[in-house]
Design a protein around this ligand. Structure first.
Ligand SMILES: [Zn+2]
Length: 122
């Protein structure tokens, strides 16, 4: 996990999509708020060094305006739209449950068809 800064309060946290201990802001639960997620992603080790992140965090804490790179933000929004980041899918365990229940239903269906086919042949 990389170090990131909370866009809400400037607290340092682990990973851009981790919920913040300071203010409770959870970008992954923002759902469709891609701009919030993009901003969170921007304020992470992926784009800034540790010192810059500390400085950005200090700015947010003291209420100073932080200038986000709008070009990079829209690029990140696009990236979030097209690719499913592992951190996001990790925070939605319901996804795998749906996949498994669909698979289970298919197995039951196949078994049922095989049984019907078998009894029809006899
Ligand atoms: Zn926070």
């Amino acid at each position: 996990m990389s170090v990131a800064v909370c866009v809400g309060c400037g607290e340092t946290k682990e990973g851009a999509f981790e919920p913040c201990d300071g203010c409770g802001l959870d970008p992954a639960r923002g759902g469709t708020d891609r701009m919030l997620q993009a901003r969170s992603l921007l304020l992470s080790e992926r784009f800034f060094g540790e010192e810059s992140l500390k400085e950005l965090g200090r700015k947010i804490r003291t209420g100073e305006p932080v200038s986000y790179d709008t070009g990079r933000l829209s690029q990140l929004v696009e990236e979030l739209k097209t690719q499913k980041l592992p951190v996001i899918s990790r925070s939605t365990p319901g996804c795998s449950i749906v996949t498994w229940s669909v698979l289970g239903m298919l197995v039951v269906l196949a078994a049922g068809l095989a049984y019907l086919y078998g009894s029809w042949r006899h």
